[in-house]
Design a binder for this molecule. Sequence first.
Ligand SMILES: NC(=O)c1ccc[n+]([C@@H]2O[C@H](COP(=O)([O-])OP(=O)(O)OC[C@H]3O[C@@H](n4cnc5c(N)ncnc54)[C@H](OP(=O)(O)O)[C@@H]3O)[C@@H](O)[C@H]2O)c1
Length: 380
Amino acid sequence: MSYIARIAKSAARPALATAARRSVAPLTATRGIKKINFGGVEEVVHERADWPQERLLEYFKNDTLALIGYGSQGYGQGLNLRDNGLNVIIGVRKNGASWKAAIEDGWVPGQNLFDVSEAVQKGTIVMNLLSDAAQSETWNALKPLLTKEKTLYFSHGFSPVFKELTHVEPPTDIDVILAAPKGSGRTVRSLFKEGRGINSSYAVWNDVTGKAEEKAIALAVAIGSGYVYQTTFEREVNSDLYGERGCLMGGIHGMFLAQYEVLRENGHTPSEAFNETVEEATQSLYPLVGKYGMDYMYDACSTTARRGALDWYPIFKDALKPVFNDLYNSVKTGAETQRSLDFNSQPDYREKLEAELQTIRNMEIWQVGKEVRKLRPENN
Ligand SMILES: NC(=O)c1ccc[n+]([C@@H]2O[C@H](COP(=O)([O-])OP(=O)(O)OC[C@H]3O[C@@H](n4cnc5c(N)ncnc54)[C@H](OP(=O)(O)O)[C@@H]3O)[C@@H](O)[C@H]2O)c1
C-alpha cells in the first residue's frame, strides 16, 4: 500500500520550502561567482547564466578542443560542445566501436574526427575522456604530445590522484583541470537538449597560466553543466568512487535485494515484493525526495509510516556506517582504483563483465521488474 504517498497537497509544504530556501540562501551574487551557504558552510558555485554562449564563443575562439574517447562522456560532452558552436574535434581508435559511433553522430573523418594522437596534436585543450583504465594504458604514448601551452582536462580525478597506480603523472608546465559531471554522459546530453543542465564539479591540478580555474569553469559550462561547484582532484575522486559504490548504485542495489529476499522468504508474491521494494520507491517516493527532500517526506507521510521510519532509520544507519567506513577506506587507500585497473585492463574484461551483468539480469527481482513496468499505463 502506498501509505507514504499521501503527500502532494500537504499544508506543511510551504513551510518546508521556506526552510529549504533558507538553508541554501545566496550570500553574494556577483557575475561569475556565487558564495552559497550550504547548511552553514560557505561554498563557491558558478552558474550557466554567468557564461552565456556568446561569452563561451569569445573565450574559446582561439582553441581547438580535442576530445579523446567517445564513450558515454565523450558522446555527451562532445555533442554539447559542438551544439554550443565551439571548435571541437574527436580522437578515437580508428575503426573501433567509438569511431563508428562518432560517424553515426555526424563527426567526419579527416575533418573533426581523427585517431587519438592526431587529435591531441591538433588540440589546444586535450579532453581526456578515455575510460580510466585506457588513460593509464595510453599515457606513455600521450604524454610527449602534451606540449607547452596545451591544457589537459579530465572528468575524473582517478588518473592523476592515484598516479602511483595509474602512472599518469601530468606535465608540470601545462594547465591541468577537471570538470566532472555528476551523472552519465547520456544525461549530460539529454538535459542539455531539454534546455536544462547537469550539475558538475570543477577543480585545478596545475595552474601555470593563472587562468586554469576560469578555464575549468568555462569548460564545465560549455559541456552542458547548469551549475558547477568547486572541489579538488582528490576530493572528486574519493567522493565519486565512494558514492557510486554506496548510495548511488552498489549500496542501494544491496538494500533492494536484501528487502526483496526477506519478503519472498516470508511468503510474499514476486509482484508484491517488487512493488514494495522498487516500484513504489522509484515511481512515488524518490522523485519526491529529489524534489522536496527527505525531511518533507517525514512531514507529509502517514503517521504510521512516519513512526516506523523514524524508529528504523537509526538502526539502518548504525548497521551500515561501518560498511561505509570500510568503503571510504578502500577508496582512499587506492584499493578500489587497483581493482578497477586490474579488472578493466584484462583483454577479456568485456566478456567477464557481460557474464556478471547477465547474472543480475537473470535475478528474479529484475525479471519481475520487467513485467511490473509493462503494467504502467504509459507503457501499455
Ligand atoms: N560514465 C560516466 O557516468 C562518467 C561520469 C562522470 C565522469 N566520467 C569519467 O569520464 C571519463 C570517460 O568515461 P566514460 O564512461 O565516458 O568512458 P567509456 O564509456 O568507458 O569510454 C571508453 C572510451 O575509451 C576508449 N578506449 C578504451 N580502451 C582504449 C585503448 N586502449 N586505447 C584507446 N582508446 C580506448 C574507447 O574506445 P573504443 O570504442 O575504440 O574501445 C571509448 O571511446 C572517465 O574518466 C570517467 O571516470 C564518467
